[in-house]
Write a new protein. Structure first.
Length: 226
């Protein structure tokens, strides 16, 4: 990794000032690179999106000519494959950088290339990525992504309860599941957090769902599983 990029990546991420950079393992087992905290946030969103089949970082280098006729190269941040077969190219940047002529030319070139291939080009900024509260919630839930927290028996009972009651609170749901004696409260909470991460059940992530590392009992919960 110090000399070569991960498989299917055309380059390694590099240090740019004091930017955050690193790698994570995606939901499909890929090694995915990021070179900013904002890119890390997008990875969290891609990982939870049920419509995303797979994604890769640093996927391809686009070649184009700028307004002066000079040859330029541009490697976007991510390529995303959806379940319906559609492909997207995703770029993460700061909103203030998009006013620069070089960035505008790069984006325009990427738009043309993607249109020619029937792909979609998407640019993310701090205005479209999760805010501070959503980020804190997602980073906390990320710990419960592993399948070890998946409990089919609990999932079945959660689905039955929420499809009947439509919306409830964390406290009511955990009390209902505890009364069924299918698992300990600790296992129930872990299974619910796993479902929250995978967006099978949902809550309002724009509001903090944690207080002193404990889930807030009155947060609203509803079923969105497919």
């Amino acid at each position: 990794m110090r000399k070569h990029p991960p498989p299917d990546n055309v380059r390694r991420v590099r240090a740019i000032g004091k930017n955050l950079r690193g790698v994570v393992i995606s939901k499909t087992g890929r090694i995915v690179q990021f070179e900013s905290f904002a890119e890390r946030l997008l990875i969290l969103c891609l990982d939870r999106d049920h419509t995303v089949r797979d994604y890769v970082s640093q996927p391809e280098t686009f070649h184009f000519q700028d307004s002066q006729g000079k040859n330029r190269r541009y490697t976007p941040d991510f390529m995303v494959w959806h379940d319906n077969g559609h492909i997207e190219i995703h770029e993460v940047t700061r909103s203030d950088r998009r006013d620069k002529p070089s960035i505008q030319q790069r984006e325009n070139a990427a738009q043309v290339i993607c249109q020619q291939r029937a792909w979609t080009y998407i640019v993310h900024t701090e205005n479209t990525l999760p805010n501070a509260t959503q980020t804190a919630n997602l980073l906390a839930l990320f710990a419960y992504r592993p399948s070890v927290y998946d409990n089919p028996a609990i999932t079945k009972q959660v689905q039955i309860f929420l499809l009947t009651n439509l919306i409830t609170t964390w406290q009511v749901l955990t009390e209902h599941l505890t009364a069924l004696s299918i698992a300990s409260i600790h296992e129930i909470e872990q299974a619910l957090l796993h479902l929250l991460w995978h967006d099978d059940i949902a809550t309002d992530l724009s509001q903090s769902i944690w207080s002193d590392a404990t889930i807030i009992s009155h947060i609203k919960i509803w079923w969105v599983g497919v």
